[in-house]
Design a protein around this ligand. Structure first.
Ligand code: R5P
Length: 367
């Protein structure tokens, strides 16, 4: 399926990656010459002189269709939805459609997969495995359809994870615990040459992977959104962990900033240390990486109201909104603003521009 794109809008990257040359394209895998889908359009070139189709493939499964479509538009690439079904017992099935095989073998490919809920993890693994086989030329099948073996397309599989499930279990707090974020990252990177992760809770957990990771953030887009729709006088980080992200937003907007010290008692209970904040009569935006139960935001909002804040808004990248969070938040804040990193009812900011920055970064680093 061809995404609606303006060919010449391919985002330029520093250096010599994107050239804008015209005409015939060289197949990176076997030096075949193939005609470009639009001979008058620009083509992309990597540092080794390989040329790619201007419509490089962005693929998705069942849980990130819209975001993959938006990413394809952002990059000026083409969205290829994979065939994704469920067996009657609910197990997943993934297949690269016949019409996408050439594009996936001829160009670097970005797989967009949110690893939440758990079914998203399995789907991501199945998508990566199917693309890995197609790219290395393992086409053997029981029906004997088409060529059984093709040449190896080489490296060029990039995984983009808008919301990285299990990111919060990033340490072994007690004996016998699994560091879930690390395990997941190892599994996901088995079949790709690089990974883009959007606003990961604690990037340090993915430090020692065998493929490069591009950590990207939607905070620039969240700042733009808040500046335009909320016009905050003050930005608050609800805990120390969100200081970097929230202070970026405050800086981009040009307003005051502070943070709270939070202690988590359990998954549903948190405590904030009392702190004087200069928010009397102010419009305040609380900025965090994710909102789950909403407990953190509600507590922070109460502290702000007690100190005279006129309006309180909550903004985050990942809107999980579990167990009645939307209703709880409605009783404490004037607005909730999230990205589309996972489907949610407060998605007002696109994660696509940030992910596109990561894809461009990885292509520069890897190919
Ligand atoms: C934790 O440090 C995160 O940055 C969020 O503050 C937290 O996950 C939010 O969870 P909840 O909405 O359940 O308070």
């Amino acid at each position: 399926m061809r995404a609606t794109v303006i060919v010449n809008s391919v985002t330029p990257v520093a250096g010599t990656l994107w050239t804008g040359s015209l005409g015939w394209l060289e197949h990176p895998a076997d030096n075949r010459e193939v005609a470009g889908s639009n001979p008058a359009s620009s083509t992309s070139n990597n540092k080794n002189g390989r040329r790619w189709d201007p419509f490089m493939p962005v693929v998705s499964g069942s849980n990130a269709f819209e975001l993959a479509e938006a990413l394809a538009n952002e990059l000026g690439w083409e969205h290829h939805p994979l065939e994704v079904r469920r067996f009657p017992d609910s197990e997943g099935y993934v297949r690269v459609p016949q019409e996408s095989i050439d594009a996936i073998r001829s160009n670097p490919v970005v797989v967009v997969a949110t690893t939440f809920p758990d079914s998203g993890i399995v789907e991501a693994l199945l998508m990566l495995e199917s693309i890995y086989d197609v790219r290395r030329g393992d086409m053997r099948n029981l029906k004997g359809e088409g060529d059984q073996e093709l040449t190896d397309s080489g490296p060029g599989i990039f995984l983009a994870v808008p919301y990285f499930g299990y990111s919060r279990q990033d340490k072994r707090f007690q004996q016998g615990e699994v560091v879930s974020a690390k395990l997941l990252a190892r599994l996901l990177t088995r079949r790709c040459d690089g990974m883009v992760v959007l606003d990961l809770h604690a990037p340090s957990v993915l430090e020692d992977l065998e493929v490069p990771v591009s950590f990207v953030s939607s905070m620039p887009e969240i700042a733009n959104h808040l500046q335009y729709h909320v016009k905050p006088d003050f930005v608050l980080s609800p805990d120390k962990g969100a200081i970097e992200r929230a202070s970026h937003v405050a800086q981009a907007i040009g307003c005051n900033f502070s943070y709270l010290e939070k202690t988590r008692i359990d998954a549903h209970t948190i405590e904030h240390k009392a702190k004087d904040l200069d928010v009397d009569g102010a419009i305040v935006a609380i900025v965090d990486d994710m909102i789950s139960t909403g407990g953190t935001i509600c507590k922070a909002s109460d502290a702000l109201r007690r100190q005279g804040a006129k309006e309180v808004h909550a903004a985050c990248t990942h809107g999980l909104f579990t167990g009645g969070a939307i209703t709880r938040l409605a009783n404490h804040v004037d607005g909730v603003h999230a990205t589309d990193s996972l489907p949610n009812p407060r998605s007002v900011v696109s994660g696509a521009p940030a992910i596109a920055r990561g894809v461009e970064d990885l292509i520069k680093r890897v190919l």
